[in-house]
Design a protein around this ligand. Sequence first.
Ligand code: PMP
Length: 396
Amino acid sequence: MNIENLLSRRTLAMSGSGIRRAFELGAKLKDPINLSIGQPDFPVARSVKDAAIHAINADRNGYSLSRGIPELTARIAEKLGNDFGWSFAGGASDIIVTPGTSGALVLAAMATLNAGDEIIIPDPYFVLYPAMASLTDAKAIYCDTYPDCKLTAARVEKCITPRTKMVVLNSPGNPGGVVNTADECRELLELCRRTNILLLSDEIYDEFTYGESRTQQAARPDKDPVMKCPSPARFPGAEENVLLVRGFGKTYGNTGWRLGYAAGPKKLIEQMIKLQQFSFVCAPTPLQWGAIAALDVDSTLQIQEYQKRRDMVMAAIGPVTGLKAPGGAFYAFPKIPEKLGMTGLEFLEAAIARNVILVNGGTFSQRDSHFRLSYAVPEHKLEAGLEVLSGLLSGR
Ligand code: PMP
């Protein structure tokens, strides 16, 4: 049998993730300094592990409702009520718990995009965004956000056509770690409102927002006074236009648990729940019990630690690359100095030759002029990696 004849155009059109490729290249190295990994290096909190283990031992191992266990959706509703003033009781909004943030992105694409529809994504982008278009035979419109990696209303407006259905905002962003200001979020929301376009706000890194990029906009500061990442969801009436997507994996260090959620217009969430019934069925049930405990975890110390590492990155390679300090996530996306005359791939190869693994910019972009480093690695590894990189970047 010729299996290749049976493969869909959809799958053949996608190239494998460049992140995995960097991983495979690095697999040949002995004890490499791996700055390519996009997940936290701290362990899951004891209380969260215990809650999941307890659920397993208490025989909560069957299917859950496709929308998620009511105890978890209630906690998420409470959180979003405090943060944004969103109301879910009989309101126009709803929540779905999904297998990872990726699950929410795929369901959102399946629920909205027809063949030929357009979805505007930032360039550089998280690798799943172009796939949201490939999976649905829609078209990804790359909104150039260089040099600052900010998706702004002015940039998005130029990409809108009558076929545009969705704009994807990712702040704090992967790969740039860039955080939009509250005003920039509001302008994007207003543009999407005016043009009847869904604004998907992927806030998987929301907790990893560093002091200077946080803002005070909580709807109920009496309940939750902590300054937060600016979000378009924080403006009145946003739930009619915004599909908020968030995850547990990065925030609580359990990416392998595959847990995320989406909240937004009820009519859209209803369709996503229906699609989930016919695909993933539900997010892993015992781990949803763990997620409830996760929502009580205070990650302040971890965030401070990551901010310190961000500052180490800036001190080591900020001056030589002209990089602006990223306001969030745990990535930096510097431009390779032109005087080196290297593409991202060439720079990646040079780094690998010195035992350091990165991801080249072309993995996240239509151009290959930058590289992504993740500083979610122990401090001594980061220090060693930065020494190699600053040498490479200075042409030494
Ligand atoms: N969105 C962004 C911006 C990401 O960086 C990632 C993971 N790297 C995801 C979504 C998917 O995360 P999850 O593991 O929750 O599916």
